[in-house]
Ligand binder design. Sequence first.
Ligand code: UDP
Ligand code: MG
Length: 332
Amino acid sequence: MNSSAKVSPVESAPALQPEVSVVIPVYNEAANLAPLWERLSRVMESLGRPWEVVFVDDGSTDRSPEILRAIAGAAWLRVRVVELARNFGQHAALLAGFRRCRGEMVVTLDADLQNPPEEIPKLLAALEAGNDVVGGWREERQDPLLRRVASRLHNRVTSAIVGVRMNDYGCMLRAYRRQIVDTVVQCDEKAAFIPALATSFAGRVAEVPVVHQRRAGGASKYNFLRLLNLSLNLITGFSLAPIQALSVAGLAVFALDVLLALALLAHRIIYGPQEEGALWVLFAVLFLFISFILLALGLIGEYIGRIYQEVRRRPTYLVRTVYGGEPPPPAD
Ligand code: UDP
Ligand code: MG
């Protein structure tokens, strides 16, 4: 089969500086790329503004690279293909795409047509209404039940630890402002969960409901272990709660132990010395030591947590604008 024959060239004059970039991670999506490009290019043309698409081939072993080459051949100035040396994972692929896209507004999209490209104008409109990050919200998700339940829990946890409430952190149909994309690129994190990282730098965030469809072709690239790994990236990447739980446990054991000691003392005063009293005192001493050990571990954990936050080198803050301190520009 000749894949280039299926790809229609794009008509409008290409711009060297696109306003809108679409970044798409691709891992063995040969069945979906041609229809994706067909629908996506039609939507992008209808925007009436300069655009580009950055496909990131995440080490596909099927015909995806070949098809991407054909698409790029048909729309050279519109399409950029980044081929990764091997499979590095969806979020690493997105990062690679972020680094090479040029638009003021950046949209991310899955290659499997679960996210309809026709929703992109809605996201861009919300971005232009003054938001830094716009998330797609799959109100009616077309995924297995177990996956949907896990995802609901995941969104609760993510909202809590990122500190921004969102219904759907997992939807990859999202739009970002340039400043946010640059900041995410600058972080260059190994275990990044891009939607959460980007949202953590955004002041103005919106969610727009988007249609979610069944995968057009091929199979999901995520099994239970990969999803678990992604969730762990998220929790350890944004929160010191697991480490801090140690100190809390130490304090709790200490408090309970104080209560136990007081109860033993009261018992002794009221009823006098008992035979099994020594055993109880031994317990109280044992739990005292346990609480010390937990607190010591928690203290070490606090230092490690702070070291971890420092080595990540995430920006401490993000400036939106600075003004004043110089004469205002002449009014026209
Ligand atoms: N993907 C990728 N690298 C991977 C796994 C997935 O680039 O290691 C891409 C995949 O091609 C698709 C998107 O990430 O464009 C989402 O993957 P998938 O549809 O399998 O995830 P699901 O929809 O099941 O969450
Ligand atoms: Mg999918």
